[in-house]
Design a protein around this ligand. Structure first.
Ligand code: AMP
Length: 298
């Protein structure tokens, strides 16, 4: 595994590796992260390793996707441990640029995906998605991957980036990967380290509420969106320290709101998306309620 810190070196290493592999079409798989790697990130690296010839991982805490009062400075970092995780997952190249390398001067160009970034985390974190789309577009131009792997933990990010790639004809396929959870249901996140043990146990209300939604969707397919939302909200509110930022049920991947009176049976796939604060830590989680496709075996 090679670690590189400059764009120039990254490009020359990828070109060199491509030449070494004697295949007509060598594919590059890319996993962009902010580091402090866990099993969620590892699952993306595994998928990349299975699907592509050269696996590039980036570790970059991107300042332009953090708001002024957010945790850019204190975001957890542990390069040594991250490199060990990447090595174990068979990553070929780890790209760890400095802020200066990525932004030698403040960027005058930003990418904005309208329509998908106003709700959910876009509403609570103004400018966040412009920062994400801009850095991911830069990273795509730097790495030029054939496939890029993103976790459904950040479902809105998957929807926004898929739209960006389609709109701008970027020659890369976005591969959405399932949410990895602890055994007790808590979705893995680098920010889980901020939680006190009390907050951590209270945070289990997120996955519990999503399981309730899944169960209700199977047992009562004619449940309304309003009823589903109340069910989820009530479960989260059982936790005394949980402060709800949003509990939303939207279409996926269109992220359009659905009327509270509408029945689940009348809708295509929807996503139940949550953002909830536990103390100073804001956690997100979601679950996609997928329609059971009726297959006839005639
Ligand atoms: P981050 O380092 O938080 O920016 O995340 C980098 C990538 O890892 C993103 O595509 C995330 O969606 C993905 N990711 C983070 N947590 C998880 C998880 N629990 N399961 C699957 N993917 C995840």
């Amino acid at each position: 595994m090679i670690t590189v810190r400059t764009i120039q070196e990254l490009r020359s290493q990828i070109a060199g590796m491509k030449k070494q592999i004697s295949k007509p079409e060598v594919t590059v798989g890319f996993v962009p992260t902010m580091g402090y790697l866990h099993e969620g990130h590892a699952s993306l690296m595994k998928q990349a390793r299975n699907k592509t010839d050269i696996v590039v991982l980036s570790i970059f805490v991107n300042p332009i996707q953090f708001g002024p009062n957010e945790d850019f400075e204190s975001y957890p970092r542990d390069e040594k441990r991250d490199l060990a995780v990447a090595e174990k997952e068979g990553v070929d190249i780890v790209f760890i640029p400095s802020v200066k390398e990525m932004y030698p001067q403040p960027t005058k160009t930003t990418i904005k995906v309208a329509g998908l970034t106003e709700r959910l985390c876009g509403a609570s974190r103004p400018g966040h998605f412009d920062g994400v789309t801009t850095v991911v577009a830069k990273l795509f131009n730097i790495v030029q991957p054939d496939f890029a792997f993103f976790g459904m933990k950040d479902a809105q990010q998957v929807a926004v980036l898929s739209q960006m790639v389609a709109d701008l004809n970027m020659p890369v396929t976005i591969v959405p990967c399932p949410i990895m959870r602890e055994d007790d249901g808590l979705a893995l996140s680098s920010r889980n380290v901020y939680l006190s043990s009390e907050e951590r146990s209270q945070a289990l209300c997120l996955s519990r509420s999503l399981s309730l939604a899944e169960k209700a969707s199977k047992e009562r397919p004619d449940i309304t969106i309003g009823e589903l939302r109340s069910l989820v909200t009530a479960e989260i509110k059982k936790s005394p320290v949980a402060v709800i930022d949003y509990v939303e049920i939207l279409t996926f991947p269109g992220l359009q709101p659905v009327h509270e009176e509408q029945k689940l049976t009348d809708l295509e796939d929807v996503i139940v998306a949550l953002a909830v604060k536990f103390g100073k830590t804001r956690l997100i989680d979601n679950h996609r309620l997928q329609k059971v496709k009726v297959v006839s075996h005639v």
